[in-house]
Design a protein around this ligand. Structure first.
Ligand code: C2O
Ligand code: CU
Ligand code: CU
Length: 483
């Protein structure tokens, strides 16, 4: 770790992040305040230096998810350090205002380390955002949503059988910022909610319990051009959404709850009720005791406690956005494929699983290019030989949705095309945000998602992978080589 270049002026802010894992007895029942890392507040243009000390008995590395940083600073698993070592991260904050996060990216240990708390939020501010005077301070609330399971002795429990390894971990307890049964006291005015799905594999369909539409003002890569209204929003692992919610006009003493709504993401997610099957366990639920994703359950409750005078108004426009189109693509005749597949009981991308420093011909990307990338999830034709397994476990596995994440610069979504419309897809299709900058996109079975992504500034290896952490650890990850 000695030859990391020091940026001039990099001393402006120094953060110390000491990795820790929760093992051994916890004091409070199902409550883990402070188990996440601290929130890092960055400013666009700022140079930051972060000292990462590994005090774990296992290797570890930290990735700054959503941040546009050089290869050496990106937390690639090849830079994992051992117990007692230190890695100094230094980079300039190029991203605009928004909500990102950091988490462990250790080879084959990412899922268990993130599960045990090696993650935290990053907020970024910039000039354009300050001019909007969005709700700030106590009216700007970060919400990290994670599902976890606990043993009888209130230990975090992370155990996977083969089935859970394939599908991904689903816990039976929802934590928000490390707390279960989250209730937040609010006043009668507007708030900004920064929501991160920090779960390993659970996909949420978020909606207000009284049917009020959701107002999105930001997504993974920052603020939207203008506020956008949704009946519900699908939030897959690693995705962020920023909501505007106005409690003015609501009665003190009343509640508004952000819920998970019913949906059918895929056959594999059917059944299972929150709270140990009180609502009737389906097949999958019974197999592992975890809860299904398609049930209605509360995520976080807002209790209106105080009446106050006035509230800021929702701005009609937020930040200027230049919409990328195919004319921006520098190599219009080559579309970069990301094809979701499965073979030998493991998911893959373009037929290959992770290789630490290898990449194929089609994964070579010219520096400073803008690429069109097509992510396809043809759940029907997947791996010929699997067809015989349809109706059984393998057929269900082929129909899993996958949140696909690309390191480096944020991208824009050009199109989403569903080849098997209707049915289950209708229960999720109105919840995708397709405007603004993204770094993670949920790809449903039968979908083809085209994105446009710039590869500016930095050469080297940049990962792309499924952000279902069990899938990622299984090798559903590859490198792009930018040169
Ligand atoms: Cu959030 Cu490669 O990760
Ligand atoms: Cu990332
Ligand atoms: Cu996946």
């Amino acid at each position: 770790t000695a030859d990391i270049p020091i940026l001039p002026g990099a001393h402006t802010h120094v953060f110390k992040y000491t990795g820790k894992l929760l093992k051994g007895p916890q004091t409070a029942l199902k409550e883990l305040p402070g188990y996440l890392g601290p929130i890092l507040n960055f400013e666009q243009g700022q140079k930051v230096r972060i000292f990462f000390h590994n005090q774990l008995p296992e290797p570890c590395v930290t990735h700054w998810h959503g941040m546009h940083v050089p290869q050496l600073m990106d937390g690639h698993p090849m830079y994992a350090i051992h117990h007692g070592e230190q890695y100094v991260y230094e980079f300039e904050v190029k991203n605009p205002a928004g909500t990102n996060w950091y988490h462990s990216h250790t080879h084959e240990l990412m899922a268990s380390q993130v599960y045990q708390g090696l993650a935290g939020l990053i907020t970024i501010t910039d000039e354009a955002e300050r001019r909007l005077e969005l709700p700030s301070g106590e009216y700007d609330i970060p919400l990290v949503i994670q599902d976890r399971s606990f043993s009888q002795g209130n230990q975090l429990r992370y155990m996977l059988n083969m089935h859970q390894r394939m599908r991904g971990f689903l816990g039976d307890t929802i934590l928000v910022n490390g707390q279960s049964d989250s209730a937040i006291a609010v006043k009668t005015r507007a708030y900004r909610l920064r929501i991160l799905n920090g779960s390993n594999s659970r996909i949420y369909k978020l909606g207000w319990d009284d049917g009020t539409p959701l107002i999105a003002i930001g997504t993974d890569g920052g603020l939207l051009e203008k506020p956008q209204t949704f009946p519900y929003i699908m939030l897959a692992p690693a995705e962020r959404v920023e909501l505007w919610v106005d409690f003015s006009g609501r009665k003190p003493g009343s509640n508004l709850t952000l819920q998970n709504l019913a949906y059918q993401g895929s056959a594999a997610h059917m059944g299972g009720g929150m709270g140990g099957g009180r609502h009737g366990m389906g097949r999958m639920g019974m197999m592992d005791g975890a809860s299904g994703q398609n049930d209605v359950f509360p995520v976080v409750k807002f209790r209106i406690t105080e009446q106050i005078g006035d509230s800021p108004a929702l701005p009609a426009t937020l930040v200027p956005l230049r919409r990328l189109t195919t004319t921006d693509v520098t190599h219009p005749d080559t579309t970069v494929p990301i094809t979701i597949g499965m073979r030998h009981m493991a998911f893959n991308l373009n037929g290959k699983t992770f290789e630490m420093q290898n990449y194929s011909e089609q994964e070579k990307i010219p520096l400073n290019s803008v690429q069109k990338i097509k992510i396809s999830h043809d759940s029907q034709g997947m791996g010929g030989g699997m067809r015989g397994g349809r109706g059984g476990g393998m057929g269900m596995m082929m129909a899993l949705p996958h949140p696909i994440h690309l390191h480096g610069q944020q991208f824009q979504i050009l199109s989403r095309k569903q080849n098997n419309p209707g049915g289950a897809y209708d229960t999720v299709k109105d919840g995708f945000i397709t405007s603004g900058w993204k770094d993670t996109v949920l790809v449903m079975p039968g979908e083809e998602v085209e994105i446009i992504k710039p590869f500016k500034d930095y050469t080297g290896l940049f990962l792309y992978h499924c952000h279902n952490l069990e899938h990622e650890d299984m090798g559903m990850m590859r490198n792009f080589f930018v040169s």
